[in-house]
Design a protein around this ligand. Structure first.
Ligand SMILES: C[S@@+](CC[C@H](N)C(=O)[O-])C[C@H]1O[C@@H](n2cnc3c(N)ncnc32)[C@H](O)[C@@H]1O
Length: 213
């Protein structure tokens, strides 16, 4: 029997519980499917997610977070802010991208300050791996963007090397202040300590390989 907290359950207000965890979903099964979807992997306390959702009411935002306490906190903020275009999914980020989210459905996928796993022997635990990037490519709409930000220079270089092997991704410039991008909780914490953010932005080529359904 699966652990009790993995059994299907009712959603808290602000939470999104998918109709099925064990198959790839169809676009119409995601919340508010007819508006552009942006996904924030490892959304933490939701500062970035909520900032974006308030600023872009015409888009919809899905935070993915594995810790229940943080999911509850983000749900409370969504409800308090009356944000109908924001939801949070309690799930492992890689699973959501590799197995659950519909192909060709995400306009922008944000990965902000993920755990850098700095020790060499732990690099395989980093979320940015070739298979993950392939899955990111598949869930993005043609022309969709993957935005990755970290304070860890080694992780930034690691992601860059992996991205360079994908002809289907076009690298785009991204400097602080180029466009509206609220600071996440961890970004604020690191910047307060004087750390600099490293940014990686790339776009799925419009003429890339066809999406698999
Ligand atoms: C370093 S914090 C960054 C949070 C937020 N993005 C920010 O910048 O403030 C990493 C977050 O990702 C979550 N997380 C780590 N690994 C995860 C995974 N595999 N699936 C889902 N969430 C994950 C953690 O619980 C934590 O909230």
């Amino acid at each position: 029997m699966p652990p009790l907290d993995m059994l299907p359950r009712s959603a808290m207000p602000g939470e999104w519980v998918p109709p099925d965890y064990f198959r790839r979903l169809k676009r119409e099964e995601t919340p508010g499917f007819d508006a552009p979807l942006e996904v924030d992997l490892g959304c933490g306390d939701g500062a970035f997610l909520l900032g974006m959702a308030s600023h872009f009411p015409e888009r919809r935002f899905l935070g993915v977070e594995r810790l229940l306490g943080r999911v509850r906190k983000v749900c409370r903020k969504i409800v308090r802010g009356g944000l109908e275009n924001a939801h949070v999914l309690r799930l492992e980020s890689r699973y959501a991208v590799e197995w659950l989210l519909p192909h060709g459905s995400v306009a922008r996928l944000h990965l902000i300050c993920p755990d850098p796993w700095p020790k060499f022997k732990h690099h395989r635990r980093r979320i940015v791996q070739t298979g993950f990037l392939r899955a990111v490519h598949d869930v993005l709409v043609p022309g969709g963007e993957f935005l990755f930000m970290t304070d860890h220079q080694g992780y930034h270089e690691w992601a860059g090397e992996k991205l360079d092997t994908f002809a289907e991704f076009e690298r785009l410039p991204w400097e602080d202040g180029d466009f509206f991008y609220p600071k996440s909780d961890f970004q604020l914490q690191w910047e307060t300590l004087g750390k600099r953010m490293h940014r990686t932005r790339c776009r799925k080529a419009v003429t890339g390989r066809p999406d698999q359904e």
